[in-house]
Write a protein that binds this ligand. Structure first.
Ligand SMILES: [Zn+2]
Length: 435
């Protein structure tokens, strides 16, 4: 069974208290297509198809798959009409994404607040346009944005969790005390505002017409069309499209600098997949132990991008730049000791990331120059210190990974694992252990 975190969206994130504004490259890529004219899309498509036929190293699997499919079925090459047809199938029988300009109205009121009316990609007769509000500060930084659409409301209303503990909610309601909302793993919920297609179209429009805002992404003709094909032809989920765009270099240099300076982070919104009860106890235990060391839960982020072990981790951070990543995913294949293979549950790993400059300024050993690089399988890296790269903060770090049966980071974490295993050991053994 698949366990771990199921990513919904990923992108540069602005955190303001318990509010998070997550700018997803998939929305911006789609909005860029929306803002192109039909002839621009046609021209872009022709260029990409030509590139695909002459360049064997052309990396756009969804475009390639569509080319093969249409050539096989219809004996001709892909044309704009094929794309329009697929877009119609996706958006309420409407190809408005390509044939209509999304911006219907734009107005700037006092205090840097923009009011936009954005055409929907779907059938306008069903539901008309969307009202978008965007607030920027005098330097063009996002203070707030809002939209009425489902993508935006779904994520705002539900936080980043699909199951919020009913008990906790009822308990809070009964006692009449304002308790922060917690999810099933006992973590506080953030209000996540995902920049939907409508918000993205508005932000790109502000950027192009006034230059007051700078879009955090730069797409190539290939990447923007590949993203469209992933969605329309492949039915691929947004988080996977976001991952593809990030890997293909969609973050601008300025965005990378913003992340490495700590103004933004690269984060994931998720809903939980299955969590094993023991794993949940361990995750809660790690969280409690680290909170005593002034770490705070900070959301979710991708680790090991581009390897077979790519996963979304639970992140706890400290003001000095240290972070604890709880790696919990079936693909890490971490089985509990003491359990029989058939009922062995997957367990979390703990990765501590310390920025290299902190490591060096504290004069810690071993020296960074003696460390191996952390790549590939995190399971082979559970002994010792490694040079790693933290995608969330775009920083070089020293990574230390602990596993349940090995070298652990803190005595409290060791006890957390042990208590969980102890309760599952046969009684006789447990008694012996006491002696
Ligand atoms: Zn929207």
């Amino acid at each position: 069974m698949d366990r771990g975190i199921n990513e919904l969206f990923e992108g540069p994130t602005i955190t303001d208290g318990t509010d998070k504004y997550l700018l997803t490259p998939s929305s911006f890529a789609e909005a860029e297509i929306g803002l192109m004219s039909k002839s621009e899309v046609r021209k872009g498509l022709e260029e990409v198809l030509k590139e695909a036929t002459i360049n064997p190293a052309f990396e756009a699997p969804s475009i390639r798959a569509a080319i093969c499919l249409i050539e096989k079925r219809l004996g001709r090459s892909v044309c704009l009409e094929d794309v329009l047809e697929r877009v119609r199938a996706h958006h309420e029988n409407s190809s408005a994404l390509i044939t209509k300009q999304p911006i219907k109205q734009a107005e700037l009121s006092g205090g840097g607040v923009w009011h936009y009316t954005i055409r929907r990609r779907g059938n306008e007769k069903k539901e008309r346009e969307r009202a978008v509000t965007i607030k920027l500060d005098s330097s063009g930084n996002i203070m707030q944005y809002m939209c009425q659409c489902q993508t935006f409301r779904y994520n705002t209303a539900k936080g980043n969790y699909d199951t919020i503990s009913e008990q906790q909610q009822n308990g809070a309601a009964l006692s009449g005390v304002a308790v922060p909302m917690l999810d099933v793993s006992g973590f506080p919920t953030f209000n996540v505002m995902v920049a939907c297609y409508h918000v993205a179209a508005s932000l790109i429009h502000i950027s192009r017409t006034t230059g007051q805002y700078r879009v955090p992404f730069a797409f190539t003709n290939v990447s923007v069309l590949e993203a469209l094909f992933m969605d329309a032809f492949g039915g691929i989920k947004e988080a996977t499209i976001d991952d593809y765009l990030i890997r293909s270099g969609a973050l601008t240099q300025e965005t990378i600098v913003q992340i490495s300076e700590g103004n933004l982070t690269l984060e994931v919104v998720k809903h939980m997949k299955n969590i094993d009860k023991r794993a949940q106890e361990i995750i809660n235990g790690i969280k409690r132990a680290r909170e005593r060391e002034v770490y705070a839960f900070s959301g979710f982020a991708t680790d090991f991008r581009g390897t077979p072990f790519q996963t979304a981790s639970i992140i706890l951070t400290k003001n000095d730049g240290r972070s604890v990543h709880i790696l919990y995913d079936s693909r890490l294949r971490i089985k509990a000791p003491f359990s029989r293979p058939e009922n062995g549950a997957e367990l979390p790993l703990i990765m501590l990331n310390i920025p290299i400059f902190t490591w060096m300024s504290e004069g810690r050993t071993p020296p960074v120059s003696e460390m191996a690089e952390l790549t590939g399988d995190p399971m082979v890296s559970t002994r010792g210190y490694f040079r790693g790269f933290d995608g969330r903060t775009q920083q070089e770090v020293v990574s230390i990974i602990a596993r349940p049966d090995g070298h652990l980071l803190t005595p409290l974490e060791r006890r957390t694992y042990e208590q969980v295993f102890e309760s599952r050991r046969p009684k006789r053994q447990a008694r012996q252990a006491l002696n």
